[in-house]
Design a protein around this ligand. Structure first.
Ligand SMILES: *Cc1c(COP(=O)(O)O)cnc(C)c1O
Length: 415
């Protein structure tokens, strides 16, 4: 490397001399104010642990909303990432690359689906699933042009595009962003009868999270997913599972739908699929559904890029080899059991599956964010979802002794 090049590298990833406050100042001056982060500035991470610019260590119990199921800088994922980055990073789909085919073969086998359509972010994959369901509705089911309806549930979170916020639970998500996209019908979550009642001849899909993550770690009643799947199939409606957050081991099964042996007609993945290093998302389905796309119908410059494909292949391999879903089940069960032993009068409910755990506070105890700040001071990073609910979702590779360490502090704060 030339001296100029090496100083360009040093200038970007060399040791930063700015303090947390100085970073905070830069962000508030130059960044749009669309997040309200906890006041911690992280500079490096390894496994379940991160370190801030002052050298303070924290246990990461958010995992970037489950995008870090494999932890920070997983050694093998990182090696694949670096090797592939040196070789080839991007071709666009105008040409083929030697990672894309194997990726498609491996992920479809992994998910027991016929075909895949790769994208980058979760919201893009949800948009893709909506487009697929609509086009399937017109071409295969025979719905009259522009009449397709998709049923969604109250409390959903599927991303932030204009179309997706059009059917959001949250008024703030929509406020100021109209005109919104029509064609969606909202029903209560956890109520299969409501689905049966809402279906019309124009219904093409039912879009649902098997457990609502952002909605407050809401677990539907046992049998709900299976009942909905059956109702969808009786009515020739696609059951579309958004497993962007719940998929890839998080809930103690490879997919949260596996808890009810449900195989969705359309499966949406994202977050952890990128191994914590790349945005990688995907829609998986049958030939009948994804077969509706012809060249030019849909696309993405970065979707299916060789770096993303290589990383996703290694992520799937490691998930299976290291039995991370089983691990999430075992470690999560123990951890949730311990959380349930916390007395006091702050906690209203503890729920979840595997390592996706929500703690709901009584209104009288104040909002969840208060406790997230207190936990931060104890060296634990987590985040509120809805006002009263805090989520614990550490990387699936978290060590038992780290959770033991965390529990002592959590008990102190939540008691
Ligand atoms: C995070 C999330 C999304 C959106 O993913 P982005 O990558 O942020 O666009 C969609 N659905 C669910 C269930 C999610 O948790």
């Amino acid at each position: 490397m030339t001296q100029a090049a090496s100083s360009a590298v040093e200038g970007v990833v060399g040791s930063s001399r700015l303090t947390s406050e100085q970073h905070d100042q830069l962000v508030s001056q130059y960044s749009a104010n669309n997040y309200a982060p906890l006041p911690v500035v992280i500079r490096q991470g390894k496994g379940a642990w991160v370190e801030d610019v002052e050298g303070q260590r924290y246990l990461d119990m958010l995992s970037a909303y489950s995008a870090l199921n494999f932890g920070h800088s997983h050694p093998e994922i990182l090696e694949v990432f670096l090797e592939q980055a040196k070789r080839l990073t991007l071709t666009s789909r105008a040409f083929q690359n030697d990672q894309f085919g194997p990726f498609c073969q491996e992920i479809t086998a992994f998910c027991a689906q016929d075909m895949v359509l790769p994208m980058n972010t979760g919201a893009e994959a949800v948009e893709t699933a909506i487009k697929a369901a609509r086009k399937w509705g017109y071409q295969v089911k025979g719905v009259e042009a522009d009449k397709a309806e998709i049923i969604v549930v109250d409390g959903n979170f599927h991303g932030r595009t204009v179309t997706i916020v059009s059917f959001s639970r949250d008024e703030q998500f929509k406020d100021g962003f109209g005109p919104l996209t029509p064609g969606f019908k909202m029903i209560p979550y956890g109520d299969a009868e409501a689905l049966a009642a809402a279906i019309t001849p124009n219904t093409v899909g039912f879009l649902v999270e098997p457990i609502q993550g952002e909605g407050g770690v809401v677990v539907p009643p046992d049998g709900y997913l299976k009942a909905c799947l059956d109702i969808c199939h009786e009515n020739n409606v696609l059951f579309i599972a958004d497993e962007i957050q719940t998929g890839l081991g998080r809930t103690g099964k490879v997919f949260a739908c596996d808890h009810e042996n449900v195989k969705p007609d359309v499966l949406i993945l994202g977050k952890a699929l990128g191994g914590g290093v790349m945005p990688v998302s995907a829609v998986l389905s049958s030939k009948e559904v994804l077969g509706v796309f012809n060249p030019g119908d849909h696309g993405s410059t970065f979707g299916g890029n060789p770096l993303a494909c290589a990383v996703a292949r290694s992520a799937l391999h490691i998930l299976r080899r290291d039995k991370l879903a089983e691990r999430a089940h075992e470690v999560g069960q123990t951890f949730m059991g311990r959380l349930r032993t916390i007395g006091g009068n702050k906690i209203k409910d503890i729920r979840g599956k595997g390592l996706l755990i929500g703690v709901e506070f009584h209104k009288s105890a104040g909002v969840a964010k208060t406790y997230c700040k207190q936990l931060m001071n104890e060296g634990i990073l987590c985040k509120d979802t809805v006002e009263q609910v805090m989520r614990f979702a550490p990387p699936l590779v978290v060590e038992q002794k780290d959770l033991d360490w965390a529990f002592e502090r959590i008990e102190k704060v939540l008691l």
